[in-house]
Design a protein. Structure first.
Length: 419
């Protein structure tokens, strides 16, 4: 997963254009099950219109008096306001400063700024560099960008199971060089796709989507709304999943869906868990839970977007995302998939409490210190009455989802529980 992040990091992506096309192609080469969808520029999708393709080759500010360049695109692609129109002119300092974006509270960092749906241009620099630029008087501003009628790109993979009911995963790939906010999601989803493919006899169908944020999810809903609202029973928007600072759960619209229960159970026993209301949403869960759609989708992050200091800056780099952080996120999602596939609604095959002692599954010496040591087995059996799913049982008993699935497999092997 980290290799995917590292390989895709240098590419300047946007919501349309060659950057996102190249990035999607990279993932499709790893997982050929991902199929490209292309929607023409100018296509109306609900209240939105697919924009033109944006391409950028270069950009910078040149201080004519002091003969210095600033905000060089080829050194850092965040320096150009994403979707900037072309510009090549001489302007004074007052005009330039109207087009400069900085972070005064983080003077060493360069912010990430966009203007997708209204024509504009600008430069992003550190506050420290702005102070140096302030010494100049006349500046050449140059952005070599272009727009053309093309299409919006997104990619999806559908892994069929015995049931038509779907588990849905979505992530976005439309930001330039940022690691956690941008590339950790697609890297995780690629690994998730590999794992789903390894399950030979799937019970459920899995739908995985990689798209440009907001306009991409709106477009996907526009195309597949009937299928999504009919079949999706559980879904997750994956964003900022590559650091090691903790875990975040952004609830669905009403916070009571199967996806909410599944994610809560998968996070039991983890350290530094933060729960966020849907009122604190910010990514594509906005679209999936919107009126007329109302899918059971919640958000999963490590550090939630907007809540960590490196967010939307050049500090969101390859030092922030780690292999361990990505693996931690994968294990959370894997446990949810295992819950659906291995023991979604467990049922006891024995009337009354089974004799676990004769199967060497429970202490045969009655001593008070033994009473609680294996009670989680009995708790699992007690609630395996066909009325609760494995996620609800995990949340009820406070047994971590991964642990309770492993216990189910042991009890299933001894013909005590079945699904």
């Amino acid at each position: 997963m980290f290799k995917i992040v590292k390989d895709l990091f240098p590419i300047c992506r946007s919501i349309t254009g060659p950057g996102i096309q190249k990035s999607l192609k990279y993932i499709e080469n790893i997982i050929p099950d991902f199929k490209r969808l292309k929607i023409k520029s100018g296509t109306k999708v609900f209240d939105w219109v697919i924009p033109k393709e944006w391409n950028i080759k270069d950009g910078y500010i040149y201080d004519i008096k002091n003969k210095r360049k600033f905000a060089e695109f080829k050194k850092l692609n965040l320096h150009i306001v994403n979707f900037s129109v072309p510009i090549n002119k001489i302007i004074n300092k007052k005009e330039l400063f109207k087009k400069l974006y900085t972070l005064p509270a983080q003077p060493r960092l360069v912010p990430y700024v966009t203007s997708y749906y209204k024509q504009n241009w600008g430069f992003c620099v550190s506050e420290n560099d702005k102070k140096i630029i302030n010494k100049g008087k006349k500046f050449k501003v140059f952005i070599n960008s272009s727009f053309k009628n093309g299409h919006l790109d997104l990619s999806h993979a559908i892994f069929k199971g015995k049931k038509n009911k779907e588990i849905f995963f979505s992530t976005y790939i439309c930001h330039p060089s940022m690691a956690n906010n941008e590339l950790s999601g697609p890297a995780l989803l690629t690994k998730v796709a590999e794992y789903i493919k390894s399950i030979k006899k799937r019970e459920y169908t899995y739908r995985l989507v990689i798209l440009p944020e907001t306009i991409g999810s709106i477009t996907y809903i526009n195309k597949f709304r009937k299928n999504l609202t009919k079949n999706v029973i559980c879904g997750f928007n994956l964003s900022c999943v590559g650091d090691e600072r903790g875990y975040s759960h952004i609830s669905s619209k009403y916070g009571n869906t199967l996806s909410d229960v599944a994610l809560k159970s998968a996070l039991i026993g983890k350290k530094k868990i933060k729960y966020y209301s849907f009122l604190e949403r910010g990514s594509d869960e906005r679209q999936y839970c919107s009126p007329g759609v109302n899918l059971p989708v919640c958000g999963f992050s490590k550090s939630k977007y907007g809540e960590y200091k490196e967010y939307h800056t050049n500090a969101d780099n390859l030092k922030l995302v780690t292999s361990r952080g990505l693996e931690q996120s994968f294990n959370v999602i894997k446990s949810i998939i295992d819950g659906f596939e291995k023991c979604f609604i467990p049922k006891s095959k024995i009337i009354c409490e089974p004799n676990l002692g004769k199967r060497n599954l429970y202490p045969t010496i009655s001593h008070k210190k033994n009473y609680k040591s294996q009670n989680f087995k009995l708790d699992l059996i007690t609630y395996s009455d066909g009325k609760m799913n494995i996620f609800e049982i995990s949340e009820k008993t406070k047994i971590p989802l991964e642990t309770i699935i492993n216990e189910y497999l042991i009890l299933n092997k001894f013909n005590i529980l079945s699904k």
